[in-house]
Design a protein around this ligand. Structure first.
Ligand SMILES: *Cc1c(COP(=O)(O)O)cnc(C)c1O
Length: 400
């Protein structure tokens, strides 16, 4: 793009033409009981159905207190990267607790899941190699591949047979197979046992990004690997995020001692950045304890998602095959999805329309997410509002 004021305006106009302009909305803080999934936007109190706060921990008073107590002691900033002097006691303890929680030798903290995924792929894949990715993988797994200098080859979504085609096609060059555990825009789950078997057979590192599963799925909240009973030899590289179910911020990679040590030596998104503030790590430690002590939170959020599905099916809404707290309603056109989003906001529900390029063209959707903080009444009211919107809008095309 040449430097000239008009090129920027033309680029923005093109985004508008496609109904793809994204806008931020400012969420105003207000003293709402943490147990309620409500936020204030534009001066109005609305029910939040788009956060990733699956367990209702983001405003938990004990977690906030752990953060402020730590800040009083350790300060707000970590002042350096982990390899200089930024690595503190709270980071160290949290890493040990996460290793224990995931049943792995070690865990390494990152500032974000985005950075953790870049680290995992770029450390394991080299120039001249190939990374096999699910077509609907999170952008960070793609960007990690770009950073590594390897090429990526994408297989059909959720299709292990197509993944095997990619592994076969590239012979020994395909060194990494990476997938989301729970797909963030569809809520469905990757077939991890089959992919684990394939990646072992073809000697590719298997990287699972369990951003939306960790804390929520599995008998003890240890995520998808627990649900599928997969051990560290089957999935050697596990990425988890801490800004979703844990209600905090940050991410980690868990694996063998050697894997973690190599990441510390080589991962650019670990080495060349300031360490996460210790108060954030302290907050996450408290969250980790609550996740383990209060299984009712994950039982509740999954029960609410099931309740939603049953009611939405009665209305013939277009759902995805999701067994997670992410329950999208596919609407098709970006304009239709935006209109539905606005109508829901009018009715007191904050739901975000997800449009291309985040999702494939023609599959714009409302990405509805549930939280243990929702009430049954809130869920029922949302379904009612969706029903009203569907009754008013033109019939959806057969292709969707
Ligand atoms: C949210 C998300 C990430 C990024 O995690 P952040 O901590 O928000 O950077 C990575 N992978 C998936 C699948 C996600 O949904």
């Amino acid at each position: 793009m040449r430097r000239d004021a008009n090129t920027l305006r033309t680029a923005l106009a093109e985004i508008d033409r496609q109904h793809l302009r994204r806008a931020r909305r400012t969420v105003e803080s207000f003293p709402v009981p943490e147990s309620r999934a409500e936020v204030v936007v534009g001066g109005r109190r609305v029910v939040d159905f788009c956060s990733n706060d699956y367990l209702g921990l983001a405003r938990h008073p004990l977690i906030a207190k752990a953060m402020s107590d730590c800040a009083t002691q350790a300060g707000a900033g970590s002042a350096a990267s982990h390899l200089i002097t930024g690595h503190g006691t709270e980071h160290q303890r949290l890493e040990e607790e996460l290793a224990d929680f995931t049943g792995r030798e070690r865990a390494l903290l990152f500032s974000t899941g985005y950075m953790a995924n870049l680290a995992a792929i770029a450390t394991l894949a080299d120039r001249g190699e190939v990374v096999a990715l699910d077509r609907l993988n999170h952008a960070s797994l793609i960007d990690g591949t770009l950073l590594s200098g390897a090429r990526f080859s994408r297989y059909a979504h959720g299709d292990p047979a197509d993944a095997e085609r990619v592994l076969k096609e590239h012979g020994g060059q395909c060194t990494v197979l990476a997938t989301d555990g729970v797909f963030s825009m569809d809520g469905d789950i990757a077939r991890l046992p089959t992919l684990a078997r394939l990646s072992r057979a073809y000697k590719a590192w298997f990287v699972v990004d369990d951003a939306h599963g960790i804390g929520v799925l599995g008998h003890r909240g240890r995520g998808l690997l627990e649900q599928f009973e997969l051990d560290p030899t089957e999935v050697p590289v596990l990425v988890g995020t801490l800004g979703k179910a844990f209600g905090s911020f940050g991410a980690f990679i868990a694996g063998s001692t050697d894997l973690i040590e190599l990441l510390v030596q080589k991962a650019r998104t670990y080495i060349y950045t300031t360490a996460l503030p210790q108060p954030v790590a302290a907050a996450t430690r408290k969250a980790l304890q609550i996740v383990q002590d209060e299984p009712w939170r994950r039982e509740r959020v999954l029960a609410l998602a099931t309740r939603f599905r049953a009611a939405a099916r009665q209305l013939d809404l277009h759902l995805t095959p999701s067994e997670s707290p992410i329950q999208p309603v596919i609407l098709g056109g970006a304009d239709i999805a935006v209109r539905a989003q606005n109508e829901l906001l009018e009715a007191g529900f904050l739901v975000v329309a997800i449009r291309p390029p985040t999702v494939p063209a023609g599959t714009a959707r409302l990405r509805i997410t549930f939280s243990a903080a929702h009430s049954e009444d809130q869920v029922d009211a949302l379904v009612e509002a969706l029903g009203r919107i569907q009754a008013q809008s033109p019939k959806r095309p057969d292709t969707h």
